[in-house]
Design a protein around this ligand. Sequence first.
Ligand code: BTN
Length: 243
Amino acid sequence: MSVIWDIQTHDTLASTQARLKELAFGGSREGTGVQAYTQTGGYGRQGRAWVSPPGNLYLSLLLRPDCKPHDIPQMALVTGVAVIESIRAYVPSVFLKWPNDVLASDGRKLAGILLETDIDAAGRLNWLALGVGVNIASAPDQIGAALADLTEKHLSLNDFRDEFLKRLSLWYRRWQTEGAAPVRAAWLYSAHPQGTPLKIKLGESRLDGYFEGLDETGNLLLRLESGEIRMIASGEVHFGMNE
Ligand code: BTN
């Protein structure tokens, strides 16, 4: 059965993510969503600001999957696949960068995905707040790209949202019933090629290597110069090496 989405829309909010987390703590059901047409305090990974002018998608969704907390990062892959499939209807040459980025062919960022969770004392997941920002009308800075600049097709913010919600529901259910394998395959189909040089920031240290794929649970596999394959569960990934 598809997820029944219940999206509350606001002209402006500090952050849809902050609002959704209040609803999650208040016991709202799976499928609850918050959308804002602008945000004054939008944020992304590592607490970075997510500048949020009108015309783009700012959406947060509440999910309560029955899964082990260590499987939750797979939801970034599920969401990435749903976002990129929705974008491809407008711009065919786009790709995914592990774990959470959707990029235009020149490497500029089209969309970002943020996962935040609440885990109880027994280690069970209470809820997952999934935040998605897609640059539709404009990109707030030079490292971003907007869909409108890459396609001649007519773009409607809420048609895009509805298409994304449909695809997210499909991939979420598929992940719940079939596990990580089909999601991993779909994600790899849309990713940059194997062998792409990557540098990974792990706290203070840095690891250079080549993209080798994902393991069966969605961790990044990095091939070092020595040939050794390292499994990366979390980290900040950049293109290129030895810079
Ligand atoms: C990232 O790439 O760092 C993730 C960015 C996530 C931004 C979205 S916009 C909707 C939701 N509300 C927020 O404050 N953040 C997320």
